[in-house]
Design a protein around this ligand. Structure first.
Ligand SMILES: [Zn+2]
Length: 352
């Protein structure tokens, strides 16, 4: 699940691309490498018109991106090696590492064959609660609820709010309203209960999206045994850490290590902040990830890696390879580094 800061990124992309700025800018803003961020990788999405379709790319596009980057001189390395290369200030040449959040089954069935072809390692960030059912893919459930009804009622601090979902345009607005509701109005601790209640009252199965699209523990164990795959942690319950108390946030970051060790036999050394945007991770959370002993932690902030990131290994930006930008020109522009300051108020070194 990623953020809504896409509009500025898209603008920056188009400015850079159409002005021809990207190739010229590279020597100044190019950085030492990049962490690519994926969610879903499938040629056959169940809901091609979904509002969440930007979370998906086609395997053929992933194939094209890796081939193009290799031709451009990128070495594809594991997250362990990426950390070593950042610490070494990028000596050893330009590099990339691929990450995928949430443990979608298609990472194994459709992305991995592409990665095998290229020998490109993958880090998959797992939130055990999404696998066990103590957390939900709520953004998918919200879509199912809105699709299933003509109107719905939310319990808000100002009393019940009736939301019209009768027409396609209204449904679109209702989904945006529910996103705001679940990310800012409902307490993080209550999200699961409120979501399940709303789903049940409209005949929607809140467990269906995660069961349909995420891996089971057996599948995660199988993929974890693959030589190209590293399993990282993504909190226990895919929590917005900034919205939790210190004790709860530290538990979500720390105890997930024990859960993954129990489930997979190995403790994760890499971490991804759920949502990863400014209202979900800041300096406090970065400190918690460092304290928990992870070797690295990634956000969803947009940016290429720079040598200075050696001092910010728990606040690493990524380049989202998502459905909105399925063109090699867009990927090249983002990798050139020119969009990094454009999307970050002029900052070349993106942390939190
Ligand atoms: Zn996630």
């Amino acid at each position: 699940m990623i953020d809504g800061g896409e509009a500025i990124r898209k603008l920056a992309l188009n400015v850079a691309r159409y002005t021809g700025l990207a190739p010229l800018a590279r020597p100044f803003v190019g950085g030492i490498g990049a962490i690519l961020m994926l969610h879903r990788v499938t040629a056959t999405p169940e809901k091609p018109d979904s509002v969440n379709r930007h979370l998906n790319i086609a395997p053929s596009f992933l194939d094209a991106v890796i081939a193009d980057m290799k031709a451009g001189g990128y070495a594809f390395v594991s997250m362990d090696e990426a950390v070593e290369r950042i610490k070494a200030g990028g000596k050893g040449g330009r590099f990339a590492t691929i990450t995928a959040d949430d443990a979608y089954r298609d990472n194994m069935t459709e992305a991995l064959p592409v990665l095998e072809k290229h020998g490109a390692p993958l880090t998959i960030y797992v939130a055990p609660g999404l696998i066990d059912g103590s957390a939900h893919l709520w953004w998918d459930v919200v879509e199912d609820i809105v699709k299933a009804c003509d109107r719905l009622t939310l319990a808000t601090s100002n009393g019940p709010a009736v939301i019209d979902c009768a027409t396609p345009a209204r449904k679109h607005q209702a989904i945006a309203r529910l996103h705001a509701y679940f990310t800012t109005e409902v307490r993080e601790e209550d999200l699961r209960t409120v979501l399940r209640g709303l789903a049940a009252s409209h005949g929607v199965d809140a467990d269906a999206p995660r069961l349909r699209t995420l891996m089971t523990w057996d599948e995660i164990r199988a993929v974890a045994a693959h030589p190209l795959v590293t399993i990282g942690a993504h909190t226990i319950n895919h929590s917005n850490l900034k919205r939790l108390s210190e004790a709860d946030a530290r538990r979500e970051i720390g105890a997930v290590k024990d859960m993954l060790r129990t489930g997979l036999g190995e403790e994760p050394s890499h971490f991804a902040y759920p949502y990863g945007y400014a209202s979900a991770v800041g300096c406090r959370e970065v400190g918690f990830a460092r304290d928990a002993g992870y070797a690295s932690a990634v956000t969803t902030r947009h940016g290429v890696l720079r040598a200075e990131h050696a001092g910010f290994l728990h606040a690493l930006p990524r380049i989202s390879v998502n459905g909105r930008y399925q063109s090699l020109a867009h990927i090249r522009t983002m990798l050139s580094g020119v969009t990094t300051p454009l999307a970050n108020a002029g900052k070349m070194l993106v942390t939190v």
